[in-house]
Design a protein around this ligand. Structure first.
Ligand SMILES: CC(C)(COP(=O)(O)OP(=O)(O)OC[C@H]1O[C@@H](n2cnc3c(N)ncnc32)[C@H](O)[C@@H]1OP(=O)(O)O)[C@@H](O)C(=O)NCCC(=O)NCCS
Length: 205
């Protein structure tokens, strides 16, 4: 039996090694990226509105996790994505999607526990009750379980085939209006030019 537990920034920081273990099992990243990744995760815990869920076995061993925070200018991902959406779809669209957004930074489930609904429960749990207008994230632009999962709860493509500065892999930038639609299925964004009408977008340029 796996349970979800809310974890604050202090506990998250002290348990970064356990977090990294799940990240490694789920993503199989190159070993030389791990020290940098750990530093980035530690810094994320300092961001405003940080929230984290551990998916744990009864003995407290985490088998999955998700975390995110309120995106604000000055954060690397926020600024890069804002600029890219503004260039592609206009400043209004960028502000509409990112001006009041929960940024979902990481969602990972240990492969031994895939396909049991843990990932879906983590995404829903992360977004439930959040005050932000939207949720945004990036994920590899491939037909992955993550792509399928996000689409199934209402995320739409804002950018596809996006390469972050200094990177080479292609990512999709996704956004959803909060609250999530739960189990409702929703097609791709179409133009991706702005948030759906249920999301009040910023009127200014
Ligand atoms: C994405 C991830 C968190 C999902 O976790 P999970 O606990 O297995 O997810 P769930 O069991 O809740 O749901 C998985 C969904 O993806 C589907 N799925 C599984 N493998 C798939 C694949 N290769 N292609 C498309 N869909 C797939 C499942 O059928 C299920 O959808 P359904 O509920 O409509 O049947 C997990 O696969 C993972 O950790 N992946 C590696 C790390 C990663 O990519 N993280 C996201 C980074 S943004």
């Amino acid at each position: 039996m796996i349970g979800l537990r809310r974890v604050g920034p202090d506990e998250f920081t002290t348990r970064l090694d356990a977090v990294l273990e799940i990240y490694i099992a789920a993503m199989d990243p190159p070993a030389d990226q791990l020290p940098g990744r750990k530093t980035i995760m530690g810094n994320h815990a300092l961001h405003p509105g940080f929230t984290c869920l551990f998916a744990e076995r009864p003995d407290g061993t985490p088998v999955g996790l998700a975390y995110g925070f309120h995106g604000v200018p000055g954060q690397w991902w926020h600024d890069v994505v804002h600029r890219a959406i503004a260039e592609r779809n206009g400043e209004g669209s960028a502000r509409g999607w990112l001006g009041d957004a929960l940024e979902l930074a990481e969602i990972h489930v240990h492969p031994d526990h895939h396909g049991k609904g843990i990932g879906r429960a983590l995404v829903m749990g992360m977004c439930a009750g959040r005050p932000e207008r939207t949720a945004v994230l990036s994920t590899r632009d491939q037909p992955t379980a993550a792509r399928h999962l996000y689409r199934s709860v209402g995320f739409v493509d804002l950018l596809t085939q996006f390469v972050f500065p200094g990177g080479y892999e292609r990512y999709a930038i996704l956004g959803a209006v909060l609250p999530l639609k739960g189990w409702a299925r929703q097609g791709a964004a179409g133009s991706g030019s702005g948030p759906p009408s249920t999301a009040p977008s910023h009127s200014g340029g």
